[in-house]
Write a protein that binds this ligand. Sequence first.
Ligand code: GLY
Length: 337
Amino acid sequence: MVLNVKTQTDNYNIILQRGAINRVAEFYDTAKKALIVTDSGVPFEYAKTVSAQFSNSIIKAIPQGEKSKCFDVYKDLLEALCENEFSRSDCVVAVGGGVVGDLSGFCASTYMRGIDFVNIPTTVLSQVDSSIGGKTAIDFSGYKNIVGAFYPPKVVIIDSDVLKTLPQRQINNGLVESIKMAAACDKDLFEFMENNDLYENVDKVIEGSLKIKKYIVEEDEKEQGLRKVLNFGHTAAHAIETATGLCDLLHGECVAIGMLAFSSPSVRARLTSLLKKYNLPTEFDFVGDTILEALRHDKKSAGDGVNVVFVNEIGSFEFKFLDFNQLDDAVKGAYLK
Ligand code: GLY
């Protein structure tokens, strides 16, 4: 399947094909010089496979994890581009998950005022969500994604065969972003998810998610309105991450829990049963007022409350302002046993 995404100034293709990682030249000009960025958690053979298809390329493997989305690693990549005399007609290729994609995209967006960026996502989370829509960033001065740019890729190449090497927990972690999009935007996809095995139907899940994401980012590329729906579950997730001091839960797992606070009781019941099927957490060891404190300090908080995405019925959503008392009720209603 090929989906074309229109941006304010251009357009790009998303290729969803098994084996596509072996056929990069069908989708992009591999005569260009390429800086291929991967991380230590991604099987190195994927970067090597991509590298072998470019006539001139170097591979940079960064340490796995969010800590690499920082100024120092960004600087290392820029140095690699300078030292190897990359020109304006060369490219940066990400082969990895969300951290690799965000960092490489930002590097491509700023080197020589912008060179081509190709994204080859290798995790479920990046295949269904973060590789699409042109968000690139690094973390800085204690703030997540605070320095970045909207910089659409030239092409996104998604090969679900690469998911075979992912640990099960990482697969489930990524599925949360698809469940999130279906819960808020696509009743049919959500019902499909309830009635079918997502591991056996991973291409359909990726395709369904990409169609939702394409629609959203074409309507609202720069997140002025509609794109905020993708924050469903994230407001509480960030509060959980802050309140627990980055507990041992993965981000998607926090989003799974986070969706439950801002759903009607019937939606919460359906989400809970779907999440449980994929060993995703649905309960949270409520730590007094700490999560509420973190919500009060959320960057989306406005005066005496917080703007949240609320799902009353599967397939639809509303943007809602909850004052701190309503927030208190929502969070305690979802998590306090
Ligand atoms: N992952 C959220 C967004 O692309 O807006």
